[in-house]
Design a protein around this ligand. Sequence first.
Ligand SMILES: NC(=O)c1ccc[n+]([C@@H]2O[C@H](COP(=O)([O-])OP(=O)(O)OC[C@H]3O[C@@H](n4cnc5c(N)ncnc54)[C@H](O)[C@@H]3O)[C@@H](O)[C@H]2O)c1
Ligand SMILES: [Zn+2]
Ligand SMILES: [Zn+2]
Length: 343
Amino acid sequence: MKAIKLAEPWKISCVELDKPVPKEGEALIRIVTAGICGSDIGAFRGTNGLVTYPRVIGHELAGIIEEIPADNPKGLKAGDRVVVDPYIYCGHCYPCRIGRTNCCTDLHVLGVHVDGGMAEYFCHPANMLVKIPEGMSWVEAAMAEPLTISLHGIHRGGFKEGEFCAVIGAGPIGLAAGMVAQAYGGHAIMLDLVQERLDFAKSVGIEHVINSGKEDVVARIREITNGDMAQQVMECSGANAAIRSTLDYVSNAGRITFTGWPKKETSIPTDLITKKEVDIRGARTSAGEFEEALELIRTKRVDMNRLLTKVVPIDEAAETLIDIEKNPGNYMKVVVQVAADIQ
Ligand SMILES: NC(=O)c1ccc[n+]([C@@H]2O[C@H](COP(=O)([O-])OP(=O)(O)OC[C@H]3O[C@@H](n4cnc5c(N)ncnc54)[C@H](O)[C@@H]3O)[C@@H](O)[C@H]2O)c1
Ligand SMILES: [Zn+2]
Ligand SMILES: [Zn+2]
């Protein structure tokens, strides 16, 4: 079977591998679509310290079950269309025991710690598959995973109807977070340094955009929020300056969630945390949020298609990833059509 594999940083190609054989408790899935993610670019560049090589990439996966244990907990059967929940957890550690499986102390993320599924076939624990609603396209299904990341950040901040969510970083994760905030009946304020990204945010229906390199952000947020500032600030850029600025944009008694992965540590004025009595929370991957993500997509309350730049066949996946790394401004979301004969 074909698979997209990193031999080492900067060396990616489509290789031939043996079709995998499911182990106990696993299902065999014929992969139909697989999204390319910013973290795949990080793995390609060798800048994600968690990735070990060689590594098959791919964690945004949708496919058809070929084989599955009959006693699987969700009653899934061969032929069912599913998405893969790609964060494999131990089930025993403290976070796992309290249901926070996304921050398992022994988390294995596909394409990072273990091989991913940008391949024609893939084996995965049968209890970590979620059925795709009828009528949903394969391309939409592959974009459920990044939506769960955004959704998790929104959930971690306890975002409520009528509130303002300032989102820093208008990439796929930030844009999807803004769309979720609006789907929840709130208002999104999207910040970025790149005007094209903000224009794009406007085009997908984001209510307010601010160029944080050019405008007086605090004054603009104050004006938009009628003086309150943002009840939730969601950091989706990973930039140190952006992380620092969250404390200036958040309302008193507000919440900050950190989704972006910074490369270096950030110095922050903790007196502001006390003064504003801010809740600051990390938001890592997602836990139990695939069903809601799929429902938001199915009902078009969040239209992930609007983030899609293009769909490419698996034979072009490696060269496309190389081009995304070189020209990130030309891309938002790219999905690989792994199975050419299934639309
Ligand atoms: N926590 C998780 O589980 C998780 C999962 C996926 C991605 N991430 C992280 O989320 C972040 C966003 O991912 P993405 O794929 O959307 O990335 P992206 O690179 O496509 O988007 C980031 C955006 O931030 C903007 N930006 C950079 N510096 C900025 C600054 N100082 N102020 C304002 N905007 C700035 C960039 O112009 C860009 O548009 C990344 O840090 C990524 O590593 C985290
Ligand atoms: Zn991803
Ligand atoms: Zn665990």
